[in-house]
Design a protein around this ligand. Structure first.
Ligand code: URA
Length: 215
């Protein structure tokens, strides 16, 4: 859908066929909220698998019923931080695979006139400085909310942050890259346009409304 050749180095667009098929379910305007929520959860698991591929493990010794053998544990704690409200839809996918994750919440809404982010809530795990921190927001549109959220996470001590989203666009990627070039982006797609209301086109519509059956 998009020539990803010129994307910044920290942008990872999944090429997994299951990601592509689940994204098609999300894009279809006929997909009902229950199916939409399920597909968001499943696609998040797949994107999480790709994002966590670079995480470090420490060796341990494991006793199987038959013998001992080498095993592994994650070296750092896991923190998942959805941006309210649409990011909540991705949380279950993370917790399915990393149930031990600590969960923070950041509340940001977009002023519909200025399209600027307004932060109204933040409650974060205390150990972000020693955690792998996953910031969850389905749509990287203007990038302003993601930038604000990353600034909040960094101020709270997070130094290893990855953004997981479902659909990104060039404007959002450029905005995040210009302010937080150290934050890798994992996405299912990069779409060509951002319309004058700040929606990604073709995108999937308002992710929060589609998740929660509102709007
Ligand atoms: N937020 C959404 O939910 N959808 C978009 O397309 C952009 C921002």
């Amino acid at each position: 859908m998009h020539d990803a050749a010129n994307k910044p180095a920290g942008v990872h667009v999944s090429e997994h066929p299951l990601v592509a098929t689940k994204l098609s379910i999300l894009r279809a305007k006929t997909t009902a909220p229950d199916e939409f929520r399920r597909a968001v959860e499943e696609i998040t698991v797949l994107l999480f698998t790709e994002a966590s591929q670079c995480w470090s493990t420490a060796p341990i010794e494991v006793e199987t019923p038959l013998a001992s053998c080498p095993g592994a544990v994650l070296q750092r704690a896991v923190a998942a931080v959805p941006i309210l409200r649409a990011g909540l839809g991705m949380l279950d996918g993370i917790l399915r695979v990393a149930p031990e994750a600590n969960v923070g919440h950041i509340g940001i809404y977009r002023d519909e006139e200025t399209l600027r982010p307004v932060s109204y809530f933040s409650r974060l795990p205390v150990n972000l400085a020693s955690s792998e921190t996953l910031l969850l927001d389905p749509m990287l549109a203007t990038g302003h909310s993601a930038c604000e959220a990353v600034a909040i996470l960094k101020a709270a001590g997070a130094d290893r942050i990855q953004l997981l989203c479902l659909v990104a666009c060039d404007a959002g990627i450029a905005q995040l890259d210009s302010q937080h070039g150290d934050v890798p982006i994992f996405t299912a797609a990069i779409d060509p346009e951002l319309n004058d209301r700040g929606y990604i086109v073709p995108g999937l519509g308002d992710a929060g409304d589609r998740l929660f059956g509102t709007g």
